[in-house]
Design a protein around this ligand. Structure first.
Ligand SMILES: *Cc1c(COP(=O)(O)O)cnc(C)c1O
Length: 394
């Protein structure tokens, strides 16, 4: 393992402080490193691998597509992309879909839709986005410009290219910042990287009304909280509030790099041929993954499962919150939950200890332990996680 790690440090650009583990294979909700040490996975590759590892049907679907056709470019139609787009439209009630290769690219596309929508009304006057503090939307220049965290922006996004930031869940703050320069508002429905903060129902509802009043587009970033993670296919369904543009990625392909943004009727027709493109985006291989993911959601009735296990996880984490006074708060919904720790108890140390003891779990935001396991976990896995976590606390 050390040889791999040394070579990894030698050849891969150091933009991460990686954990000293070389993962090799997986089975269900367990991962194994190259020394065959077993880990219970409560991170799912950052809320990606929802279906569990070594999932035979998923692997078979990909293998079959590999043997047929992997890539075509977007100059031609391909059946898996059409099927995947139809599925997303049916599930979300949005109008049309654009496929990307990552979450960041889905955000880039969504921002372009909002800018172009405003541009079509009165040329270049309104170009500004309102985004939320503690948000995370990705690492490209555009996505970074609406990411409400100086840690990520510093050195890359000059102030004049940055969005106007408002407090999440504070509708008055947003109202006070909307000007005739505003072209759109972007927010996560449940903030992920920021530390697992769900939107308040009243906030989301009013945000929708404010955007309608000003005729600016509302973008929901469901890259992390979507695809069943919160117990609905997309978290905004739990609120009964619809966006104009919706972004998704992470669990959309369950490991095959793919994202998408979907537009509603109002935002349809804003981007026209020549306005946007991608060489790989929506290739048949990636879309075969999406189709198999949706198929398994239905076959396994995964949403009901997420609600059941999510409630169980919620109970167990509530009990931990009561038991340990270094846990300040417990937030989240479905299988997207977080525990807020006091500063004297650094989450990084707990994460490292848990890893030693065979539990993969990650942090978020400001000293938050994040629970985003594969959606197929069972109660026994929650119990196992809690017991390892308590050992790590000790
Ligand atoms: C992960 C994430 C992104 C960025 O997705 P990438 O695939 O890493 O580019 C954007 N928004 C949210 C909410 C995310 O969680």
């Amino acid at each position: 393992m050390n040889q791999y790690i040394n070579d990894g440090e030698k050849y891969i650009l150091k933009t991460y402080n990686r954990f000293p583990v070389v993962l090799d294979h997986g089975e269900g909700v367990y991962l194994y490193d190259v020394n065959n040490k077993k880990y219970l996975d409560f991170a799912a590759g950052i809320a990606v691998f929802a279906l569990g590892y070594a999932n035979k049907d998923y692997n078979d679907a990909l293998k079959a597509q590999i043997d047929k056709l992997i890539h075509t470019s977007n100059l031609y139609y391909n059946a898996p992309a059409i099927e995947a787009a139809k599925k997303i439209v049916e599930v979300t009630g949005m109008e049309k879909v654009f496929f990307t290769n990552s979450g960041t690219e889905a955000i880039e596309g969504a921002l372009k839709v909002a800018r172009k929508y405003a541009y079509l009304k009165d040329a270049t006057k309104d170009y500004e986005f309102i985004a939320m503090r503690h948000s995370f939307h990705g690492r490209s220049q555009g996505a970074l410009s609406v990411t409400g965290n100086e840690k990520y922006q510093e050195g890359f996004v000059p102030k004049e290219f940055s969005a106007v930031f408002a407090d999440f869940n504070d509708i008055e703050d947003i109202k006070s910042k909307i000007t005739d320069k505003t072209c759109g508002v972007i927010c996560e429905v449940v903030q992920g990287e920021g530390g697992i903060f769900p939107a308040d129902p009243a906030f989301l509802k009013e945000l929708r009304e404010v955007c309608d009043e000003h005729d600016i587009l509302l973008i929901f970033d469901e890259i992390q909280c979507g695809m069943g993670r919160c117990g609905a296919m997309f978290a905004h369904e739990l609120y009964g509030v619809k966006p104009d543009v919706l972004t998704m990625a992470k669990a959309l392909g369950c490991g095959v790099p793919v994202g998408a943004f979907a537009v509603n009727q109002k935002a349809d027709g804003v981007l026209v041929p020549g306005d946007h493109g991608t060489t790989y985006g929506g290739n048949p291989f990636a879309c075969a993954a999406i189709n198999e993911v949706f198929r398994q959601f239905e076959e396994k009735n995964l949403l009901a499962h997420v609600n059941e296990i999510g409630d169980y996880l919620y109970e167990k984490l509530e009990a931990l919150t009561d038991k340990y006074d270094f846990i300040e708060a417990h937030r989240g919904v479905g299988l997207m939950q977080g525990l807020q720790f006091v500063t004297e108890k650094p989450v990084g140390e707990i994460v490292n200890k848990a890893l030693e003891k065979g539990l993969i779990i990650i942090s978020a935001g400001n000293n938050v332990l994040r629970f985003v396991p594969p959606l197929v976990i069972e109660k026994e896995h929650v119990d196992e996680m809690i017991s390892i976590l308590e050992e790590a606390f000790a």
